[in-house]
Design a protein around this ligand. Structure first.
Ligand code: URA
Length: 210
């Protein structure tokens, strides 16, 4: 089923980004993953290879994953936007809207225990008024998902402080995952507005998974 979505992404021309990108980057990894990482959009190396997080930021992500005993093949890694925006500019609202059904479907199939959002952009996809400097390292919960925001690895490569924060947040993941499995969840999103993902689901009128 993930393969079907991938096929649709490969022929997608719903927005302008398919005209400038070299390859789509649908996402990859373990279809039974408990942990899913979601970034913003493919960068240059991802665009060249069609694979998510394979540049410098991706290498940092792999290094940090190794510290909690995971390889990239153990988790699933994807992005909100599947084609690279030119010069890595921020995706535009209509591009996000066009791409949204793909991630919605992917997450429905993957049904992860925890979604780790990488950077402010991915956080605000799930929580429109989320604030990365405040919410990082805290478990948030939408109607359907457990969301754990952390800094983007690319930002951590530019700032030693963010690097330390990203590392300490990633080190928390096994404990957070464990408490989710035991049903002992401590969330801190009581007043956060839902983002696109959950609103979409409500409009769908679908049943909540959790
Ligand atoms: N940054 C992202 O947000 N996603 C990638 O796939 C690579 C870099």
């Amino acid at each position: 089923m993930l393969k079907e979505i991938e096929k649709s992404i490969r022929i997608c021309n719903k927005c302008r980004l398919c005209k400038t990108a070299i390859n789509p980057v649908p996402g990859e990894g373990n279809p039974d993953a408990e942990i899913v990482f979601i970034g913003e959009a493919p960068g240059e190396t991802e665009d060249q290879t069609g694979r998510p997080f394979v540049g410098r930021a991706g290498r940092l992500l792999e290094t940090l994953l190794a510290k909690i005993g995971y390889k990239r093949e153990d988790v699933w890694i994807g992005n909100i936007i599947k084609h690279r925006p030119p010069q890595n500019r921020d995706p535009l609202p209509d591009e996000i809207l066009a791409c949204q059904p793909y991630l919605t479907e992917q997450l429905k199939i993957l049904s992860p225990k925890i979604i780790v959002t990488l950077g402010r952009f991915a956080l605000s996809y799930f929580y429109s008024d989320g604030k990365i400097s405040r919410d990082r390292g805290n478990l948030l919960r939408t109607g359907r998902f457990n969301v754990f925001p952390v800094y983007h690895p690319a930002a951590a490569l530019r700032s030693p402080q963010m690097y330390r924060d990203l590392e300490s947040d990633i080190l928390k993941i096994p404990g957070v995952l464990d408490s989710i499995k035991k049903g002992k969840i401590n969330t801190s999103n009581l007043n956060l507005k839902k983002g696109k993902e959950d609103l979409d689901q409500e409009l769908d009128g679908q049943q909540r998974l959790f």
